[in-house]
Design a protein around this ligand. Structure first.
Ligand SMILES: Nc1ncnc2c1ncn2[C@@H]1O[C@H](COP(=O)(O)O)[C@@H](OP(=O)(O)O)[C@H]1O
Ligand SMILES: [Mg+2]
Ligand SMILES: [Mg+2]
Ligand SMILES: [Mg+2]
Length: 358
């Protein structure tokens, strides 16, 4: 492999492996999404869905990391609980992982092209992602399919991989096979985002290594804002977010609702103006700790594009706390000048919700 096409000057080895693994995982998940049947969806103990695509993609990415960086820790979303009880599911995952290495689609001569992995290697690679996380040393975090619900609806999802060193996100890769390459409306689909701490952020088509530097405007007029928010009303408080929009003078019903960290990708390249994730507990929902793999790549992408990404109280996201962002509450991301205004509106809207005024 050669790194000459990467736009970054440090951690090129890590970026090269991460980009290759994510591109291969995208190819795998795309083929699964095209042919997915309902019996390939399994419900996890927390009632959330997982598919053969999630499990195979986590294994494939982990195999790359285990080969290149065997000393590093891995925090992956998925584990093998379901796989070990379901022979059909396990066989399908093994086939998918090996197919993912079978063709030189990502790059000619890429690592392990054509190699076959055994069932136990494939399962161990998934379980390698069971680290507890924390604030010391090098840690990769994988969300093999972020937005599984969007993936099942044949809508947006993202394959996400980030490197966290001593609690700081150093490198983030995020690929969205169904997102417009240059804008949400672009008919050409498939975009990969890359961010390197202190160096910047870029997007490229998944299929070709032509990197374009990203920048997020410091502020945009309220009339042009379209909040980036979850499709799922159980993942963020849509009602409070609508009130935040009203307080800021954002036109009604203009939110860009999409699943996954694709939202961060859009914001990072200047679309939407603000990302909101106000916890549903402020509207009577259950308390929830955000997972590090849902925000590591996206938050670095925002800060490296010139924006600010914090929790809803303006605190930095703290990736040193383990597998979750347990010291944070919700997420707000926006351009450099806009962010403080959004936080003010968040404060007011949440206070209204808590005093029953919403
Ligand atoms: N109650 C909740 N509040 C916030 N996020 C939640 C949630 N329940 C699940 N999620 C997370 O929301 C992610 C999707 O985010 P979004 O709503 O922005 O598309 C899911 O990722 P996965 O699909 O990888 O499991 C999951 O980790
Ligand atoms: Mg996720
Ligand atoms: Mg996921
Ligand atoms: Mg999940």
């Amino acid at each position: 492999m050669s790194s000459h096409k990467l736009p970054i000057s440090s951690m090129t080895g890590e970026a090269e492996v991460a980009v290759l693994a994510v591109i291969r995982a995208c190819q795998l998940t795309k083929s699964v999404q095209n042919t997915l049947t309902v019996d390939e969806k399994v419900t996890k103990p927390d009632k959330s869905p997982v598919t053969v695509g999630d499990l195979a993609a986590q294994s494939l990415i982990s195999l790359h990391l285990l080969d290149s960086f065997p000393e590093d820790k891995i925090v992956g979303e998925e584990d093998t609980t379901e796989l070990r009880q379901n022979n059909g599911l396990r066989a399908k995952v093994v086939d998918l992982v090996n197919e993912g290495f079978g063709k030189g689609r990502a790059e000619a001569g890429a690592w392990s092209e054509g190699k076959t992995f055994s069932e136990s290697e494939i399962l161990s690679a998934i379980d390698a992602g069971s680290d507890v996380g924390g604030g010391t040393g090098r840690l990769w975090t994988i969300d093999p399919i972020d937005g599984t619900l969007g993936f099942l609806r044949k809508e947006q999802y993202a394959v996400c991989l980030a490197l966290i060193v001593d609690g700081q996100v150093e490198l983030g890769v995020l690929a969205c096979p169904n997102l417009g390459t240059n804008s949400v409306d672009d008919e050409t689909k498939g975009v990969l985002f890359l961010a390197r701490k202190g160096e910047g952020s870029w997007s490229r088509p998944i299929e070709s290594p032509e990197y374009k530097q990203l920048s997020l405007p410091a502020s945009i007029p309220s009339s042009s804002i379209r909040f980036l928010e979850s499709v799922e009303s159980g993942h963020s408080a849509h009602g409070i977010q609508a009130r935040i929009g009203a307080l800021l003078g954002v036109p009604e019903n203009t939110s860009l609702r999409m699943d996954s960290q694709a939202k961060y990708g859009c914001l990072g390249r200047g679309e939407g103006g603000a990302y909101l994730r106000i916890p549903t507990k402020y509207m009577g929902g259950k308390a929830y700790e955000e997972k590090i793999w849902d925000h590591a790549s996206g938050s670095l992408l925002i800060s490296e594009s010139g924006g600010i990404c914090t929790d809803m109280h303006g605190e930095p996201l703290d990736f040193s706390q383990g597998r979750t962002l347990k010291s944070n509450d919700g997420v707000v991301a926006a351009g450099r000048d806009m962010h403080a205004k959004v936080l003010e509106a968040v404060k007011q809207a949440v206070a209204e919700a808590q005093t029953g005024k919403l």
